[in-house]
Structures are given as structure tokens and as C-alpha cells.
Design a protein around this ligand. Sequence first.
Ligand code: PHE
Length: 474
Amino acid sequence: MQNNNIWSHRWTFILAAVGSAVGLGNLWKFPYITGEYGGGAFVLVYLVTIALIGVPVFMAESLLGRKSRKSPVDGVTKLAKENGATPLWGGVGIMGAFTGVLILSFYSVIAGWAIHYFIRFATGALVGIDADAAGAELGNLFASPVNLTIYHTLFMAATMFIIGLGVHKGLERGVNVLLPLLFVMLIVVAIYAGINGDFGAAASFLFSFELSKLSLEGWLAALGHAFFTLSLGMGSIFVYGSYMSSESSLAKTAVTVAVLDTVVALIAGLAIFSLIFGNGLEASQGPGLLFVSLPLAFAEMPGSAFFGAFFMALVLFAALSSSISILEPIVAFFVSKGVNRVLTTLVVGLFVWLVGMLTVFSFNVLAGFTPIGEWTMFDIFDKLTSNVTLPLGGVLLSLFAAWVLTKETLVAQIPNDTVRMIWIALARFVAPLGVTFVMLKALSVPMLWALVAAVAFVALVSVVQVKAGAARQA
Ligand code: PHE
């Protein structure tokens, strides 16, 4: 008999989690922030964070989801009560929901850029384009709030459509076919970029590990990106884990997802920087990097209109299999409170769309509106989530899993003694201390305040949630 709340196959969780992890974070964000923070040293910190912090936090989140079989807020609250801890822990889930709103709001705008490039490739407008024209193409896109809004709306609508229907079937099938295809296409593009661009320069830029070159801010960005790229700290992996079968190994799953995710990011990085250096462009040009270099990748390729459009379609698919994992935990929360799924999706989606308009305007009419330092609203949303609330949420979940759950639970969830011991050490000590250390050293003053506010917020909503729960029971 098929259980509707469990993935149909053991590996479907892996596919769904890879679908969530692999997205704009790998293809768009990783290359451009690596470019901004100067290359190799940044990559090194990123890789070490994935291994020592990302993997154990991933295990903690999927463990909590699988053990509770509930949405993040209810799941953590339930496990806390069962283990004699304060239900205030549920606030971590609520912070995750707010984080999800912010991330999805800009994620959708960026995915919208890919829709634009899909159309432009498909109509042959980018065939044979040179570096200057590629820059102008992006500049024109940024200058048009109307176009950006249309694309953003289309992408949000697609995300809401899938979530409104329920994640399962469509996602399972899509991920099975399209992710392997993306992988193959990415390798083709990378080989092509390597031949036509400067592969040697790209490789030495990404892999010359000189730590002294990295600023404190770069340390923080690398750490934050490890959370972002693995979808950690806001409940995505928690929710997907709640559909995970009890037999599969948490550690193997986490390592598999982390390795695949990292490989995709590194291949994308090599492809893009080969093109950037081969065409004498700036590595540090910011969020437009991917979209300036891709048209160059396909410019000289035979059948470039077709391949370019096809590749953009795959980028869009990767973005969509991530965006649904951002929306799902928020919707799952309201659905568990008895609100209709479609209605929830509409209301939350509309709200996210509205917040997204601030990102749309960050690239044109509000480009000069920089409330913190030189950061636009888009920068603020991005940094607040990646550098503050995701690491904070991830660490709290990992502390909860490793300190609050009983030994029996941990033994049942991670049966291998050695693996469990290593995980406990990483989840109890290494991850929390590592994150705290980097945050306290590198967060700027406004972001430190944001951290304090986030903690206060978690505490406050937890109290309200617990009071409301008590009132309902009375
Ligand atoms: N991991 C996704 C990416 O790299 C983004 C994401 C962040 C998804 C947080 C879910 C939660 O594109």
C-alpha cells in the first residue's frame, strides 16, 4: 500500500532535497559572491563550512522532520513537549517562515531574469552577441520595472500553482528527469566555456586558497552561503524530512546532497569564470554575473538559440524545485492549523509577491535607496537571511536535536555508533561555536542588531504560540 505522506521511493527524498538545494544558489549566487569576495579563499571557507557545519545541520533538520512527521513549528513544539523541554523552541519554526518569505521574495525576482533570457534566447535575439551587448542586455532588463514585475509575477504564479496542488507527484516526476538533464547540460556548457574561454584562469581563481586574502565579511558570506545553498535553517529540509522513510540513512543522505550540490556549484563557477576571464570581464560585477556570461557561452555555439533557451529552461526548473521548498514549510504550517491549502497559498503567495516588489525596485527606481551602508533593499533581504537568520535557525535546530532529544531517539535515528558520535560532536559543539564565532566577529553593527531582534522575535512569538496553545486546550 502506498502511504501518501511518505515519498514513493527511498531515493525520492534525496532527489527532492537535491531539487531544493540545487537552484539559483548554485548557478547564480555562488559564482557572483565568489567573484565579489575574491575567489579561492572564499571557496575554501565555503567548502569547510559545508562539511563541518552544513552536513550535521542537514542531518539534524531531516532527523527532526522524520521523527516528528509534522511541519517545523508543530514538529519542534511537539518534540520539545515530549522531551520535557520548553515549547518555546517552536519559535525557531516561525522565524523560519519569516525567513522563507524574505528569501522567496527576491528569489522569484531573480528567477524572473531567467524567464527573460529564456525568451531572448528562444527568439534568437542573443545569437552571436559580444561582451558589450551582453552587458547592455542586462542593463536594459534592470532598467524596466514593468518587465521585471511581469517575470516576477509569472514565477511566483508557477510556484504557487505547484504548492496549491500539493508538492508530491509533480515534484517527484520532474526532479527525476530534469535534474540529471541539468547536470549533463551544465557539463556540456562547462566544456564549451573551457574551450572558448580561459579555463586555467577560472581554475586558479577558484582554487588558489589564500586565506589571508579573505575579509571578515567574506568569511561570513561563505558561511551564510553554505546554509543558503543546502536550504538549511528555515524548515525546507525539515518538511521534506517529515516525508522521509524511516529506513534510509540520514548521514548518507546528507552527504549525497551536499556533494551533488557542491559539484553543481563548482562546475557552474568554472564555466562562468572561464567565460568572464576569456572575455576580459570583471569577476566582481555582482548579481548580473551569470546573466552576462551565459549569452557569451552560447554566442558561438552551433544551434545557440535552441541550446541557450533549453539551458535557461533547466535553470528555471532548478529554481522552481527550490522555490516550492521555500514556500512549502510556510504553507504546511497554516494547513496544519486547519486553513485551506489553496487559500493559504494565495494569501502567503500574494504577500511574498508584494515584498518582492522591493527587490524589483532595488535595480532601478530604488537603486539609490540604501538604508544600511551601500545596501539596497535586495542586499538587505539577502544578507539578513543568509548571514543572520539561516545560520541562527540552523544552529538552534541542531542544538535542539543534539541536546534535547533522548539517547534512544538518537540511536534509533542514527544507528551507527561512530557516525552518531561524530554527528553529536559536530551538532552540539562545532556547528554552534563556529557560527557564533564568525557571526560575532564579522556581523556589522546593524546586522548585530538584526540578530538581537531575531532572537527577541523568536522568544516573543514562542510565548504567544505557547499561550495560544494553552488557551486552546483549556
Ligand atoms: N538552496 C536553494 C538554492 O541554492 C535556495 C533555498 C534556500 C531553498 C533556503 C530553500 C531554502 O538555490
